[in-house]
Design a protein around this ligand. Structure first.
Ligand SMILES: [Zn+2]
Length: 515
């Protein structure tokens, strides 16, 4: 667990604010906005423009030689880097403050500003202010945030001072702060809706072959409410997967009393506390044997003492008791077989279960949404990339996550908003893969430039990526509540870990010392 549950987000995780130029757009009454993709201030303004522009009357294009040539041959790179350019549907070019004012006139909430802004004396004041910001923002905008796709990125990097980087990054954040807060509020409301809908709920799918039991508990409930991760036990063709933690036991017991399922085997996908706390208990009440991998068994005997926050909220699992069986390459189900697929990354002992007949993958925590930001300390992102590459070789039509999300386009899985995500699982997996590879490059480049860990961390969350600021409130909330156990900093560490040991804390201190 412990990645932010942004699984339901329809956009590509790397959806930058920039769009691609399109020939047809000029004919459709679209305003084309050309902005400096390197500049945090420009990017922040574009975020606002996107929030205002509900009817999609504008398209925002980060400047590059190709983009300029395809939009209008009159546009010159030097001019466009200096100030904002907007090409109207009629082919007029507005520049600087006039461009801002003309854009403002497009939307009801800013119409007045725009209308006054093109009249004397407001126009003169506007131009003066715009000129000041435009002249000075370039000295601030030394972006290392992966947005450096325009004009001399190497020179920008060379000249950049960390002070400039941070002031730029911070300014970009504050310009967006109202948007960050609004996004925090709307996602909290959405989490609440899904929580209510799934409270002690049971979802029967594929004619009862696949059952998702949603687990609740007084303190565990804080997790779905704050972070959007739901707790579940999956029963697939007689195999019960990940039976929850002791603090969810009464919820599981209630499900079993009502459903009276035939359980032939109990399997754990990995040794995290919310997946394994009821293994022995369920085995006792159902009579079914427990199956775990050798590594999982080692993690569970004895189960290490959890940090107190996790022990308090999820519950400290008991040690795994004999008898239990070791997982081989396959698990027999009532009507077929599941292949056991090693998927280390989320943690070393992680496995997935795959039914080739149904083209269904029980992914456990090996997916957790295309975008994530706050991994647990035992995540190894390089191994995760390899695991995802392995999963990409499978033919998957239904992907069932360990925290209550199902990704599928199949019509025989009925809709359930907030749980069933209508997307091709392979596309979702490849998006996650792209995202992790991008992070890997970003982090490697940061270390090569000998940047402090905090700067590398910030550069992995450029405000130009919508998810960076949309999930910012939730991510920081997770960092605070987990006392730093799960954080954006851990994401950087998850790429620099050596084979089995976690990056020691002193490493970060040493690197930060350079700043
Ligand atoms: Zn986990």
């Amino acid at each position: 667990m412990w990645q932010t549950g942004l699984t339901c987000m329809p956009d590509h995780p790397l959806a930058e604010i920039a769009e691609k130029p399109d020939e047809k757009q000029s004919a459709n009454g679209i305003y084309r906005v050309l902005y400096d993709g390197q500049c945090e201030i420009c990017q922040a303004c574009v975020s606002w423009l996107k929030a205002l522009d509900r009817e999609k009357r504008t398209v925002c294009l980060a400047i590059s030689a190709d983009v300029l040539a395809s939009v209008d041959s009159r546009l010159r790179m030097e001019d466009c880097l200096r100030q904002l350019h907007v090409v109207t549907p009629e082919g007029e070019i507005h520049v600087g403050w006039d461009a801002v004012a003309n854009l403002a006139r497009l939307f009801r909430s800013t119409w007045l500003i725009g209308t006054l802004g093109i009249r004397v004396p407001f126009r003169n004041v506007g131009r003066l202010l715009y000129g000041f910001v435009a002249r000075n923002r370039y000295s601030l905008s030394k972006c290392r945030g992966g947005a450096c796709s325009v004009a001399k990125p190497n020179e920008v990097r060379r000249q950049a001072r960390l002070g400039a980087f941070w002031s730029c990054y911070t300014l970009g954040f504050f310009i967006r702060l109202p948007l960050v807060m609004w996004s925090g509020i709307t996602s909290a409301a959405q989490r609440m809706r899904i929580f209510v809908r799934t409270y002690h709920y049971r979802l029967d799918l594929l004619d009862g072959k696949l059952t998702i039991l949603f687990l609740n508990g007084m303190l565990p409930n804080t997790v779905p409410l704050l972070f959007g991760e739901l707790f579940t036990t999956v029963i697939y063709d007689g195999v019960a997967v990940d039976p929850g933690s002791p603090k969810m036991r009464s919820s599981l017991s209630r499900h079993l009393r009502r459903l009276k399922p035939k359980i032939t085997k109990i399997v754990a996908t990995h040794a995290h506390e919310e997946h394994v706390g009821n293994l022995n208990w369920l085995s006792e009440v159902s009579g079914a044997p427990v199956y775990v991998t050798e590594l999982t068994a080692r993690f569970l005997t004895p189960f290490k003492k959890l940090p107190w926050v996790r022990a308090m909220i999820i519950g400290q699992p008991p040690d795994l008791k004999q008898p239990y069986q070791l997982l081989g390459e396959r698990v027999d189900t009532q009507s077929g077989q599941l292949r056991v697929i090693p998927t280390p990354g989320h943690c070393d002992d992680h496995i997935g279960l795959y039914d080739p007949k149904e083209k269904l993958l029980l992914a456990g925590d090996a997916f957790m949404g295309s975008y994530f930001a706050t991994p647990n300390p035992d995540v190894d992102s390089r191994k995760w990339i390899e695991s995802l590459e392995r999963l990409m070789e499978l033919d998957i039509e239904i992907l069932v996550e360990g925290h209550g999300h199902i990704h599928t386009l199949r019509a025989d899985i009925s809709d359930f908003p907030g749980v069933v995500v209508r997307e091709n699982p392979k596309v979702a997996l490849s998006q996650k893969l792209d995202y992790l590879r991008w992070l890997r490059e970003q982090i490697a480049a940061g270390f090569q430039e000998q940047l402090p860990v905090r700067v590398i961390e910030a550069s992995c969350f450029p405000w130009g990526n919508r998810t960076s600021w949309e999930s910012c409130a939730t991510d920081e909330c997770i960092r605070m509540l987990s006392l730093g156990h799960f954080s954006r900093t851990e994401l950087v560490r998850s790429f620099v870990r050596t084979n089995s040991e976690a990056l020691p804390t002193v490493y970060e201190v040493r690197l930060s010392g350079r700043e």
